[in-house]
Design a protein around this ligand. Structure first.
Ligand SMILES: Cc1cc2nc3c(=O)[nH]c(=O)nc-3n(C[C@H](O)[C@H](O)[C@H](O)COP(=O)(O)OP(=O)(O)OC[C@H]3O[C@@H](n4cnc5c(N)ncnc54)[C@H](O)[C@@H]3O)c2cc1C
Length: 383
């Protein structure tokens, strides 16, 4: 089935974006410590997002009529690759840019597109993903949060969890049960856009191991939504959410979560008169693997550009990408441990400490390793 992926090069027009973005970012992240840059797509900075929006670099693939750039996914790949390489704090607009805006364009009404997309492009409307619930993570089809029809729209009851940046976003696209019960699984699910400032919504941030509070519990208690909160067709939520996940799982962020650490370590190696053979071999191994994964990610982008929904291929990129992202901090720690008396730059030590502490989450967020491998096995006809 993977013969649908063909080796694809980034077109020259897309590559042309690299130099201006790189020049902008060199200024924007100047003086930012590496452990802060290592947070990158977990680093929230609304002002940075608005500056990016002012340059037309949010919503790059959206139609110009909605304030977007009218470019293709390859141009976005170059932009995103540069943002992550620099360790820019992109979290504020990340989810809206990556998946909520294309989702609204694909499934929303023209009125919804006209309302949300221009503000997303300006870096003024931030979105979060309301999929997971207590007891419904991997088993997403068992969601219990319920949207009941009322005379004027919908009433929302239930709870979401692990919702990245719910406490700093204006909107959530939530997967909810609009008919039947949890036993009906994929049937009876819908998606609604929730204005997070509405009465009846309580948002509680959760601290992670590194002390950051980026994800949240979100409670809905009799929240009144208007009729036009529904996105797409009622009852089609499962199909819609599945297509959203192809955007979520295939991008360069599933390869580059440890790239700032890698760069810091390579910079440290360059200061040594004679880096160890083992360190050089490790650097070669990591860069070779990263090059192959990058090609795979570009090829999945090509499928998305053709209008396909390559969910299994995207699962493959994410599984292999997060495996590399987790290997990098462990292998660098081992390599540095081979020479425990050598002086270690403070920035490298702090970055390693941060990345090592959050690395376990790389293969949880966006769908766990085991679940992705199950999907790949199904794609190969093995299940
Ligand atoms: C940093 C971070 C950010 C997140 N952001 C968001 C967000 O913005 N929005 C959102 O909706 N969710 C978010 N999540 C939640 C994430 O999608 C879930 O944690 C994930 O899907 C796993 O669900 P769970 O936590 O309920 O674990 P469970 O589903 O209970 O899984 C526990 C373990 O059992 C394994 N397992 C489960 N089912 C199977 C199976 N059938 N076969 C084999 N093994 C299995 C899993 O692989 C895992 O190792 C985030 C998570 C993290 C860590």
């Amino acid at each position: 089935m993977f013969d649908s992926l063909t080796l694809t090069r980034l077109p020259a027009e897309a590559e042309a974006l690299r130099a201006p973005v790189r020049a902008f970012l060199a200024e924007a992240v100047r003086g930012m410590p590496p452990e802060q840059r290592a947070r990158s797509w977990s680093g929230f900075d609304a002002e940075f997002s608005r500056a990016l929006g002012a340059r037309g670099w949010i919503g790059l693939t959206l139609p110009t009529a909605y304030g977007g750039g009218g470019r293709d996914l390859f141009a976005r790949f170059v932009l995103v690759e540069e943002l992550l390489r620099a360790g820019a704090p992109v979290a504020a607009h990340w989810i809206a840019d990556r998946q909520s805006a294309p989702h609204i364009l694909k499934f929303g009404t023209p009125a919804q597109a006209a309302f949300y997309l221009p503000r997303i492009c300006r870096g003024e409307a931030f979105f979060c993903i309301g999929m997971s619930e207590p007891g419904s993570g991997s088993d997403l089809a068992s969601v219990r949060t319920r949207a009941r029809r009322t005379a004027t729209g919908w009433q929302l009851e239930g709870q979401k969890i692990w919702t990245t940046n719910a406490h700093r976003s204006q909107y959530m696209i939530a997967l909810v049960r609009s008919s039947g019960d949890a036993g009906d699984r994929q049937k009876g699910l819908s998606q609604v856009i929730v204005d997070l400032s509405l009465p009846g919504i309580t948002i509680r941030p959760i601290a992670d191991l590194a002390g950051d509070s980026h994800f949240c519990e979100v409670f809905f208690d009799g929240v009144q939504l208007a009729e036009d909160a529904l996105i797409g067709a009622e009852g089609d939520g499962w199909n819609q959410v599945t297509s959203e996940l192809a955007y979520e799982r295939s991008g360069p962020e599933r390869i580059y979560s440890s790239v700032v650490l890698l760069d810091e370590w390579l910079a440290h190696l360059r200061t040594q008169r004679e880096p160890s053979e083992a360190s050089l071999a490790l650097a070669g191994r990591v860069l070779a693997t990263m090059t192959v994964l990058r090609s795979l990610s570009v090829s999945v982008n090509a499928r998305l550009t053709e209008g396909a929904s390559p969910v299994v291929e995207a699962a493959l990129v994410k599984d292999m990408g997060t495996t590399l992202e987790q290997f990098i901090p462990a292998a660098i720690a081992d390599a540095l441990g081979d020479d425990p008396d050598a002086p270690l730059p403070e920035g490298l030590a702090r970055t390693l400490r941060y990345v090592a502490s959050v690395a376990p989450s790389f293969s949880l967020r966006g769908g766990t390793r085991e679940v992705l491998r199950g999907m790949i096995a199904r794609g190969l006809g093995l299940r």
